[in-house]
Design a protein around this ligand. Structure first.
Ligand SMILES: Cc1cc2nc3c(=O)[nH]c(=O)nc-3n(C[C@H](O)[C@H](O)[C@H](O)COP(=O)(O)OP(=O)(O)OC[C@H]3O[C@@H](n4cnc5c(N)ncnc54)[C@H](O)[C@@H]3O)c2cc1C
Length: 340
């Protein structure tokens, strides 16, 4: 299925995107030949796919329904040299304002959770697709009394994004419960990598360059459902009290330096409440920048730079971004300068 944002398109789109020099003939072909199941959208605004509500139109956004459809898109991208990136729920992503060149891949259709092993007295193994919302996985664990991810309650995003970012909270990281992860490489090859080969560290994974996470095997402990529920409520309550969960943000903007909290450093540097265009440093948690309405990527990046400089002047510490930056397109490369 193909949809065009702002352009009258029927089932098949014309070759060559409006306002773009990208040739989409090959993509059209895989659909016509039945080699792609899912949805393709053209000129799709990424602002609709990021929790911050920022981002210009990406040439093509694909939502494959199965690994073969994903593989065929990857092969076209490789053959035609089209930039491609994966987007989860967009809760840790900053996307440029202007046209974003290439293909954005969403695995939101990879949404199944299955109990794959229940023979052990103490543990269970779950299969979780990359597009499973993390809150849905936490809720599944709550329902059946499986323990291990209670502290991740309240973290938005999908399982694939959580693995890529090694998302965590209150001293627990998703990598703590990962047994293995299934990935697809840029040539469409599938591999299963054990946790030890995934290079997890603080808010980071060491996946092979360009690989797409398809699913994960997760180990959880059998526990009393009431106890699991109690802990989830406790962690959710603590998170709600300390983080601006109801506002448009991309989560923590900067990583915590070793032994320090980025939020505390930003607050100490006097940045709380600082504004740039439509973006404001949260008054609840200074490491969250909020889209107060009409914010642009430029506003966000400029505020990041100012805050980073003020923290450096105040404490001598150079903050590093936790948010991920989409680098393709007209302004994407400019975002690179934040990493130094
Ligand atoms: C209100 C709020 C609270 C938050 N609280 C926390 C918190 O407590 N702890 C925490 O760690 N984070 C937190 N975050 C940040 C964010 O939710 C996590 O990092 C989350 O795991 C990102 O998942 P996502 O699906 O949204 O990924 P995205 O933001 O869409 O993507 C993040 C990165 O992962 C890559 N990626 C995503 N899916 C795949 C895939 N299938 N294969 C390969 N690469 C992929 C993307 O290319 C990108 O580089 C918070 C965010 C918000 C908005």
């Amino acid at each position: 299925m193909i949809y065009g944002q702002g352009h009258p398109r029927s089932m098949f789109c014309p070759v060559g995107l409006p306002g773009s020099d990208m040739d989409d003939t090959q993509l059209k072909e895989i659909i016509e030949r039945g080699l792609f199941k899912g949805v393709m959208k053209f000129n799709e605004p990424l602002s609709s796919h990021t929790s911050l509500g920022i981002g210009g139109p990406v040439d093509i956004m694909v939502f494959p329904e199965d690994p073969l459809s994903l593989k065929n898109v990857l092969l076209v991208a490789e053959k035609e040299n089209i930039p491609l990136f994966v987007i989860g729920a967009g809760t840790n992503l900053i996307a440029p304002d202007g046209r974003i060149e290439g293909i954005a891949v969403s695995l939101k259709a990879f949404r199944s959770i299955e109990l794959t092993q229940d023979s052990d007295e103490n543990n269970v193994v779950l299969f979780a697709g990359s597009g499973v919302p993390l809150p849905m996985l936490v809720n599944y664990a709550r329902k059946y009394g499986y323990s291990g991810i209670e502290a991740l309650a309240g973290i938005p995003g999908y399982v694939g994004g959580a693995i890529y970012m090694n998302a965590g909270s209150f001293g627990v990281e998703i990598s703590d419960v990962i047994i293995s992860v299934s990935i697809m490489d840029p040539h469409g090859g599938i591999a299963i990598l054990d946790k030890d080969n995934l290079g997890f560290s603080y808010r980071s994974s060491g996946l092979p360059e360009g690989s797409v996470i398809l699913s994960a095997n997760i180990i959880l402990r059998k526990d009393d459902p009431a106890e699991v529920e109690r802990r989830i409520k406790e962690y959710s309550g603590r998170k709600k009290a300390s983080q601006p969960l109801g506002e448009m943000s991309a989560g923590c903007v900067f990583k915590n330096p070793v032994g320090e909290a980025a939020g505390r450093l930003i607050e100490a540097a006097g940045c709380k409440g600082m504004k740039k265009g439509g973006v404001e440093v949260s008054s609840l948690h200074a490491n969250y920048f909020i889209n107060k309405g009409g914010a642009t990527c430029r506003d966000f990046v400029e505020l990041m730079e100012e805050v980073k400089e003020m923290v450096r002047e105040h404490s001598g510490i150079v903050l590093q971004p936790e948010v991920k930056l989409i680098r393709t397109g007209t302004r994407g490369q400019e975002l690179e300068r934040l990493h130094d």
